[in-house]
Unconditional design. Structure first.
Length: 313
């Protein structure tokens, strides 16, 4: 028996406007500056609880870099929306990030920052009239980036290359472009329907899904590098990336064998179940170090970066 036709919305009917007309909440003029050592401050911190943990994590990262071990960062988009691109780019430049695993929103905001120097809208205001996420340029640019990329290129590399080649005005603020220049793997793990680009007719679910699956396999390969002395850090992804990491880790252990005795850290404004269980606790049952920090990203990420500069040996 033939199933009845399904009614569905025509995305070609959406009404769009230029990003140049959108009010933005984040502007590069307010982004972070260059990190400096604050060694006297760290030397004066007590040796208890989270102060001791922060110094311990920084030392783990310094040791991992010195020994050639992986330092994998998983990040949500809020890190970019609070102006931390320059800090992240410095960590990429200095070798404290050997792999970036991102959700789809990071790609959107990084692209907007690179081309227009601003990003993030007032969702409460634009949702009211249906204009939330309806700027024209962002989905068009990202669709082009994936369409012109090679078959063996995931979302992260494709967008990083696209931004680098286009040389937009604010390219130096782009995390994906910096990673591409430094040959640091960037993987993007999307959830179809969770990002504003999914609202547009240019979005090809098959293409994005295929390339995100490739990125999943690239992440699973990278996880080998954290065995015995590497570091995995989650900064602000409450659901998608902790779930992705858990699956990528089990694939890596299934294929490559023992992957243990690494340091696992979670940073967020409030502590959630999945990051602590899927990133910090479960993966280190067979050995490793566990860290959980609570605080605003615009303070905690620069603080960690400053710790690396202050404690470097």
């Amino acid at each position: 028996m033939k199933m009845p036709a399904k009614n569905r919305v025509n995305l070609g009917a959406i009404k769009r406007y230029s990003i140049k007309k959108r009010k933005a909440k984040a502007d590069v003029r307010l982004f972070s500056g260059k990190l400096k050592s604050i060694k006297p401050f760290f030397d004066a911190l007590p040796g208890f609880l989270k102060a001791a943990d922060l110094k311990s994590l920084a030392k783990d990262m310094i040791d991992a870099r010195r020994r050639g071990k992986g330092i994998i960062w998983m990040m949500g988009a809020h890190t970019l929306k609070v102006g931390l691109s320059p800090v992240i780019n410095e960590l990429l430049r200095t070798g404290y990030i050997t792999h970036l695993a991102l959700n789809g929103a990071v790609v959107i905001h990084d692209t907007e920052i690179a081309f227009w120097g601003k990003t993030s809208e007032d969702v409460s205001e634009t949702l009211t009239d249906g204009s939330f996420g309806m700027v024209r340029e962002t989905p068009v640019y990202l669709a082009e980036a994936l369409t012109v990329s090679g078959e063996d290129m995931g979302i992260g590399e494709a967008v990083g290359k696209y931004i680098t080649c286009k040389k937009p005005k604010y390219v130096l603020y782009s995390v994906l472009a910096q990673a591409y220049r430094k040959k640091v793997p960037v993987t993007v793990h999307i959830g179809i329907g969770t990002d504003t680009i999914c609202q547009h007719p240019e979005f090809d679910g098959g293409l994005w899904g295929e390339k995100s699956h490739l990125d999943f396999k690239i992440l699973a390969e990278s996880i080998r590098s954290i065995n015995r002395g590497g570091v995995i850090i989650n900064f602000g992804s409450a659901v998608i990336l902790p779930e992705v990491f858990l699956k990528a880790l089990t694939v890596a252990r299934n294929v490559f064998g023992d992957i243990s005795n690494f340091s696992a850290a979670n940073f967020d404004m409030i502590q959630h179940y999945r990051p602590n269980e899927n990133v910090v606790n479960r993966p280190t049952i067979s050995g490793g170090k566990r860290y959980s920090f609570t605080g605003h990203h615009e303070i905690m990420l620069p603080l960690l970066g400053a710790a690396l500069k202050s404690l470097k040996r």
